[in-house]
Ligand binder design. Structure first.
Ligand code: TYM
Length: 331
């Protein structure tokens, strides 16, 4: 059966970008395929987290995965660092990876700009580790948001290079996946770029936001002074509000605001109020489930132990075969 894999870094609470860019797909895919969903705690080490935060944040993601509907009986849910075979494959892939190609990666260049004092080798080789995550289970579809597209292209390059080097077709070439469409980007509330914790807490909607916080963030979202010509193109910040509305509101509600934008009668205050209401309807059950599950430490422990065991089984099979292909054979 086709293998699906994806993961998220444990940076804190999940936000709408994580949900609509990736997690929503995980939930549907687990019904159809052999799925691996993990928590990318090795990847987080590039930012040097302190040990207590790391542990707490891993738990947070695990809990939020399950609250959103990931089912540990259907998908394999695991913590990356409990599968050390990933680190071994990462090393092998690094031998086939050129420093120049890693230096050209957009996400790397962005991190260097943001944090010039912490340009570590882990950051540079982030795409190789990500490729190892995917290839360790020979996954073919990877549900991720648009920001991960370049990393996936590199995974395909590395897999192809390995296959060529060892004259094999061992690794399949994985593709990014979003149900029925291109990979997506959920925008930030401040009119800039993608929704992301590192670009502003106030412009990011978390799955844990209480109604008053949610409302405040949405009412403060950036808008302009309104359309002045019929059917005019929307500026980015307005398009962003519509994108958010399309993800949580009913199509007829979105259409009503599209129409009022097009005939210049729109009142952004009304649109934001509606968006805040619909967002609360979407988030409330997830938020409550998160509270319920996080109180159940025993259950979380069971889930993660079961997942790691299943993930290791698959990973150790791959590593054994890769070792043989490379030429490490037992005497
Ligand atoms: P991370 O932790 O930054 O984000 C987790 C997932 O959420 C998606 N995402 C978004 N999608 C749409 N709009 C947004 N504003 C938005 N913000 C985040 C991301 O695309 C991602 O799917 N490198 C990965 C983690 C990773 C991984 C992997 C993913 C490590 N190894 C192997 C897939 C396969 C990352 O940092 O995602």
């Amino acid at each position: 059966m086709e293998v699906i894999l994806s993961g998220m870094r444990p940076t804190g609470n999940l936000h709408l970008g994580n949900y609509f860019g990736a997690l929503k797909n995980y939930i549907s895919l687990q019904e159809l395929y052999n799925c691996y969903f993990f928590i990318a705690d090795y990847h987080l080490l590039t930012t040097h987290p302190n040990p207590e935060d790391l542990q707490q944040n891993v738990k947070t993601i695990l809990c939020q995965y399950i609250a959103c509907g990931l089912n540990p009986e259907k998908a394999t849910i695991y913590v990356q660092s409990s599968v050390p075979e990933v680190a071994e494959l990462y090393m092998y892939l690094n031998m086939l990876t050129y420093v120049g190609e890693l230096q050209r990666v957009a996400a790397f260049k962005e991190k260097v700009r943001q944090n010039p004092n912490n340009v570590n080798a882990g950051l540079l080789t982030y795409p190789t580790l990500m490729a190892a995550d995917i290839l360790i289970h020979k996954a073919t579809k990877v549900p991720v948001g648009k920001d991960q597209q370049q990393h996936l292209e590199m995974t395909r390059d590395f897999a192809e290079r390995f296959n060529k080097m060892y004259k094999t077709d061992y690794f399949p070439l994985p593709v990014g996946f979003n149900f029925g469409d291109d990979l997506i980007k959920i925008p930030s509330l401040d009119g800039n770029g993608k929704m992301s914790k590192s670009y502003g807490e106030q412009a990011t909607i978390y799955l844990t936001d209480e109604p008053s916080v949610l409302k405040k963030k949405i009412m403060r979202a950036k808008t302009d002074s309104g359309p002045t010509e019929k059917n005019q193109t929307k500026p980015q910040e307005i398009e962003n509000l519509f994108t958010l509305m399309r993800s949580v509101s009913k199509p007829e509600v979105v259409q009503q605001f599209e129409d009022s934008y097009n005939d210049c009668t729109i009142r952004y205050g009304d649109m934001k109020k509606q968006l805040a209401e619909d967002m609360e309807i979407f988030i409330a059950p997830i938020r409550e489930k998160i509270k319920e599950i996080s109180a159940n430490e025993e259950y979380l422990k069971k889930v993660v132990n079961l997942g790691s065991e299943k993930a290791r089984e698959s990973a150790s099979k791959t590593i054994k075969e890769v070792r043989e292909i490379i030429g490490f054979k037992n005497f």
